[in-house]
Design a protein around this ligand. Structure first.
Ligand code: ADP
Ligand code: MG
Length: 279
């Protein structure tokens, strides 16, 4: 551990495009935590500094078991940082690779928890805008998930938040909703599209839009029909395939209109699964 402002930082836990997350410690209150530090090349870039503030404020207004809790935001040694809850677990992409194909029960648990976290965030006016497996942590023993990385989230009730400050960094091509690619406004339904891409991958073992150069992926999302999901999960109910298809409706008005609506269907499918297990 080395000193970093009022904290201590140690082992690296993971890294994304803009920051590295380390294990950390707050000696004053003796709490172990995670510290996200902006990469050096971005430390002076106002857009990335803004992203850190956005992330801290968006997550800061939310208190939910499915969302990583943020404790603090600031700067030490000239580098912006965020101090947050330490999550023991792995990212959803690593988890999916290790346990592919998922058991139906675990797939549903992940889907329900993600829908609950989004329902909570959306009801509090926060649209995540970057839902993807690398931004979801899973504890493998209990299969509990936590959503993190609110770096480009939109806080609908925040008068200081302006969409034009954020358009340069609008998500990850594979998971980005068609209406956002077209430059439209985000609402809860765009997170539901991204969740649809995540569930499609877990269900079939591959992404719905083939890999390739970023520009091509965006075109595919806009133009190509979503290939019929072929589940690799055992005993996958047809209803569940229909849920994923409905999340991936290109026209937002044909998609689930809210995470709460999605939760109703997921709960019914889980009840039927549990019923079959008992029989
Ligand atoms: P970026 O904004 O650069 O994408 P992220 O916030 O997504 O950075 O974090 C990068 C990686 O660090 C994640 O994919 C994950 O592996 C790890 N990580 C992030 N936050 C935590 C946390 N609170 N606890 C444990 N690991 C974390
Ligand atoms: Mg990330």
């Amino acid at each position: 551990m080395r000193r970093f402002g009022r904290y201590e930082v140690g082992e690296e836990l993971g890294r994304g495009a803009m920051a590295t997350v380390h294990q950390g410690y707050d000696p004053q209150i003796r709490r172990t935590l995670a510290i996200k530090i902006l990469h050096d090349d971005y430390a002076c870039d106002p857009e990335y500094r803004q992203r850190f503030l956005t992330e801290a404020r968006a997550a800061g207004t939310l208190t939910h078991p499915g969302i990583v809790t943020v404790f603090d935001v600031g700067e030490a040694e000239g580098r912006p940082f965020i101090a947050m809850e330490l999550v023991e677990g792995q990212t959803l992409d690593a988890y999916a690779e290790q346990f592919r194909p998922l058991l139906l029960r675990n797939f549903l648990k992940v889907a329900q928890q993600l829908a609950e976290a989004l329902d909570y965030a959306h009801r509090h006016g926060v649209i995540h805008r970057d839902i993807k497996p690398e931004n979801i942590l899973v504890t493998s023993a209990t299969v509990n998930i936590k959503v993190m990385d609110f770096g480009i989230a939109e806080t609908l009730f925040d008068p200081e938040w302006r969409a034009e400050d954020h358009t340069a960094s609008a998500g990850t091509p594979h998971y980005m909703a068609p209406e956002l690619i077209r430059g439209g406004d985000a609402d809860g339904r765009s997170d539901l599209w991204s969740m649809g891409v995540v569930l499609y991958e877990l269900l079939t073992g591959h992404r719905p839009f083939l890999d390739g150069e970023a520009g091509r992926v965006l075109e595919r999302v806009l133009e190509e029909p979503v290939p019929e999901p072929r589940p690799i999960i055992r005993d996958c109910p047809e209803d569940l395939v229909a849920v994923v298809r409905r999340l991936l409706e290109r026209d937002p008005s044909r998609r689930y209109q809210s995470a709460a609506e999605l939760l109703v269907d997921l709960q019914r499918i889980e009840d039927e699964r549990a019923e079959r297990e008992r029989a």
